[in-house]
Design a protein around this ligand. Structure first.
Ligand code: URA
Length: 244
């Protein structure tokens, strides 16, 4: 059966407007359904069958929400915490009401790309070790990585505490700066691998996850929905992983 949703909810579901903003847009006559202006926020629409525009732009409704966040330092990758701010606290109320979960975890003192979604299947696939999704980090270290460190990362490392790390990419960017590429996501992995090489991490930022790169226009703490193209690339990557 066709899914009928309230027009204001449908617009707010995109994450581009709050419910209140969506209602205002609709009442101002800035929203069309199949070419006709609709001024009732409570009007029921089947998003799969109707063409929508808002403020002159086509609106793509999606069943799930996908948010790119530039996680700032000092915020927990969690959905709730009694004492400390979490990544969900950075989102507006209409998005906080959804069942968004962070895909993977960044430490409190790590910043950068974090994907939040209510698409559990996509999250599961992105995190599965079978998917081999590359995660790229920029690290500032005490000391500068050298050829021996690069070779040790490439060979894979077993740390003193027994943690087995698969082959990883390491590239020197300049004095005290390097790029680390991991296919897995073990607890504090970048910090532990670099510390094991005598190059403790001073600051860490995730730049990308598979085909998804942190939007340089997002200041720390800022977010935006994924674009259609980003979603298409993510889905394509997941499909190609399954075929491998
Ligand atoms: N590796 C770390 O050490 N910390 C992170 O937050 C992510 C990867």
């Amino acid at each position: 059966m066709a899914e009928q949703l309230r027009l204001d909810k449908l617009l707010a579901d995109t994450g581009l407007w709050s419910r209140k903003e969506a209602r205002e847009l609709i009442r101002r006559g800035q929203v069309t359904v199949d070419g006709a202006v609709v001024r009732r926020p409570e009007a029921k629409v089947d998003p799969a069958r109707s063409a929508l525009t808002a403020a002159g732009q086509p609106v793509q409704w999606q069943k799930y929400t996908y948010i790119m966040l530039n996680k700032p330092v000092g915020v927990l990758t969690a959905t709730e915490d009694r004492r400390q701010p979490t990544v969900l606290d950075l989102l507006p109320p209409e998005l906080r009401r959804r069942e968004l979960r962070p895909v993977g975890r960044l430490d409190k003192d790590t910043e950068g790309l974090l994907l939040l979604t209510d698409d559990g299947a996509m999250a599961h696939r992105l995190l599965s070790p079978k998917s081999h999704v590359d995660k790229v980090y920029c690290a500032e270290t005490e000391g500068t990585v050298d050829e021996d460190d690069i070779a040790a990362f490439a060979a894979g490392m077993t740390l003193e505490d027994g943690l087995v790390c698969q082959s990883a990419g390491l590239e020197r960017l300049g004095p005290g700066r390097c790029l680390v590429t991991l296919r897995e996501g073990k607890f504090h992995q970048v910090k532990r691998m670099l510390a094991a090489r005598g190059k403790p991490v001073r600051a860490l930022k995730r730049l990308s996850m598979g085909p998804l790169a942190l939007d340089s226009a997002l200041a720390p703490g800022a977010w935006r929905p994924l674009t259609e193209e980003e979603l298409r690339q993510l889905r394509e990557e997941m499909d190609s992983c399954l075929r491998k």
